[in-house]
Design a protein around this ligand. Structure first.
Ligand SMILES: *Cc1c(COP(=O)(O)O)cnc(C)c1O
Length: 421
C-alpha cells in the first residue's frame, strides 16, 4: 500500500492550508514493513539500514529495534546516527573519507563505544586507517571490509540484458588490486586491522532474483580471494539497491524470494555471515509529501495544477526522471466569491511553485476535475526525498514534519525553524 494510510489521510485533511506542504511519516507502517523484511531474511543475513536514504531521527528510532545496524557514509552521518540511536552497530562506508572523519569514528571506539566496521575503498585509505588507528585508538582491533568494484559476469544474471558493475567507477577497489590490498592486510604490516571480508554495492534497482545472482557471484569471488590468501572470510556485505518501482507502486521487491536465495547460498558457506544494506526499499513507502493545489490553468491545450512547494522539497522525481505517484484528496466548499479554478476531463500536470520548467512533480496525471484547494498527497516520499532536495531555492517556508504512529499514537512534530536542517 502506498496510497496514504488512514492516519496520513486524516492528518492531511485536518491540517490548515498554511500547514502545507508537509511531510508525513507513518511509523507503524514503517515498522510493519521492516519487520516483514527482517522476517523474510535468514538469521545469518544481517540487515543494516543505509542512513543516507533518510536519516530522520524518528525513522532511525523506529528502525533501530528491527535492523541489525546502520550503514553511514560520512562523518556527519556517523555522529548523527550515533546520537539518534546510540550503541547500534555501524558500518562506515563511502569514498573519500577524510582523516578527521576516520579519526572521529575511531575515537568513539577508543572511548569504549562500538567499533564500526570500516568499508575500505582504496589502498591509500587502508594505510590512512592503520596510521590513524595506531595514533587514536591503540589496542583497538578494527574490522575491515574491503569494497571491490567487481565485474559481475553477465551469465550470473537471470534478469536479462542489464550490464552490471565492473565498469570504470570511483567506488571500491579495482579487482586487479585485490591481491595487493589483501596482502597488506594479511602480511602483518597493520596489526590493528582485521580483514573480515568484502563489500560490494554494485547496482541498484534490481529485482530479487537478479540481485541474489549478483550476491552469489560476489560470494564466489570473495571466497576465492580469501582461499588464495589462506584467510578466513567471515562476512560479505552484498550492498543495497533493492528495486523500488515508482511507476508501479504496488509492485514490491520480493524479500521472500531474496531471503530464500540467500539461505541457499549460505547453506553452501557454513560460518559465513551475509549483510545487506538497503536504504530506499526500507523507507520509501512510509513517507508522503502532502500539499494543496493553489491554481489550475489550461495552457495551449493542457491542464496544469500549481501546488504549494515543489521539487525543492521533493526532488526525487526530478533526479530520477519519473512522475511521483500521488493521490488527490478533494476538499469541500470554495471560500471565495469568484469561480474555482478546475481541470477539465483530461490529464493534469502537477508542478510546484518554482520559476523553472523543471519543477514538475508528476506529468499527465489522470486527475480529471482537480480543483484549486484540493489536496494532493505524493507517495513513496520516504527515501531520497527531503534530504536530497535543494531547500533554500526560492525561500518558501519549510514543510512541517509529522511522525504518525510513534508509540502507537499520533505525535505532532515541532514545526521546523527556518534554517534548521
Ligand atoms: C546508497 C548506498 C546503499 C543504499 O542503496 P539503496 O539503493 O538506497 O538501497 C547501500 N550501500 C552503499 C554503499 C550505498 O552507497
Amino acid at each position: 500500500m502506498t496510497a496514504p494510510t488512514e492516519a496520513v489521510r486524516e492528518r492531511v485533511l485536518d491540517l490548515s492550508a498554511d500547514g502545507l506542504p508537509a511531510y508525513l511519516y507513518d511509523l507503524d507502517a514503517l515498522r510493519a514493513h521492516a519487520s516483514a523484511v527482517r522476517a523474510a531474511l535468514p538469521e545469518r543475513v544481517e540487515l543494516y539500514y543505509a542512513a543516507k536514504a533518510n536519516p530522520e531521527p524518528a525513522v532511525l528510532g523506529a528502525l533501530a529495534p528491527l535492523v541489525d545496524g546502520f550503514e553511514v557514509a560520512s562523518g556527519g552521518e556517523l555522529a548523527h546516527v550515533a546520537t539518534a540511536v546510540p550503541d547500534r552497530p555501524l558500518a562506515f562506508g563511502g569514498p573519500g573519507k577524510t582523516p578527521a572523519e576516520v579519526t572521529a569514528a575511531l575515537a568513539g571506539a577508543a572511548a569504549g563505544g562500538p567499533v564500526p566496521r570500516f568499508h575500505v575503498e582504496s589502498a591509500h585509505e587502508l594505510r590512512m586507517l592503520a596510521a590513524l588507528a595506531a595514533r587514536t585508538a591503540p589496542g583497538v582491533r578494527v574490522p575491515v571490509l574491503t569494497r571491490f568494484n567487481l565485474a559481475v559476469a553477465e551469465d550470473a544474471l537471470t534478469g536479462g540484458s542489464l550490464t552490471m558493475g565492473g565498469g570504470p567507477s570511483p567506488f571500491g577497489i579495482d579487482p586487479a588490486e585485490a591481491d595487493a590490498v589483501l596482502g597488506l592486510l594479511t602480511g602483518g604490516a597493520f596489526p590493528q586491522l582485521e580483514w573480515w571480508g568484502t563489500h560490494a554495492h554494485l547496482v541498484s534497482g534490481l529485482d530479487a532474483g537478479t540481485l541474489a545472482s549478483v550476491a552469489r557471484e560476489v560470494v564466489r569471488w570473495s571466497t576465492a580471494l580469501a582461499d588464495g590468501h589462506r584467510v578466513r572470510l567471515r562476512e560479505v556485505n552484498v550492498g543495497g539497491g533493492m528495486a523500488v518501482d515508482y511507476a508501479r507502486p504496488e509492485v514490491r521487491f520480493d524479500w521472500t524470494a531474496y531471503g530464500t536465495a540467500l539461505a541457499a547460498l549460505l547453506a553452501e558457506h557454513p560460518g559465513l555471515t551475509l549483510r545487506v544494506e538497503p536504504g530506499r526499499a526500507l523507507t520509501a513507502y512510509c513517507g508522503w509529501y502532502a500539499t494543496e493545489v493553489l491554481d489550475v490553468k489550461h495552457s495551449h491545450g493542457e491542464d496544469f495544477a500549481v501546488v504549494r512547494g515543489g521539487t525543492h522539497h521533493l526532488r526525487t522525481p526530478a533526479t530520477k526522471g519519473h512522475d511521483q505517484p500521488c493521490t488527490v484528496l478533494p476538499v469541500g466548499p470554495w471560500p471565495h466569491p469568484w469561480p474555482r479554478p478546475a481541470a477539465g476531463r483530461g490529464p493534469v500536470t502537477l508542478v510546484g511553485q518554482l520559476c523553472t520548467p523543471k519543477d514538475v512533480l508528476a506529468r499527465r496525471v489522470p486527475a480529471a476535475g482537480l480543483r484549486a484547494g484540493d489536496r494532493v498527497v505524493f507517495q513513496m516520499a520516504g527515501a531520497y526525498a527531503w534530504n536530497i532536495s535543494h531547500h533554500e531555492f526560492l525561500m518558501h517556508p519549510r514543510p512541517d514534519f509529522h511522525f504518525l504512529g510513534a508509540d502507537g499514537s499520533p505525535v505532532a512534530a515541532a514545526p521546523r525553524a527556518a534554517g534548521a536542517g
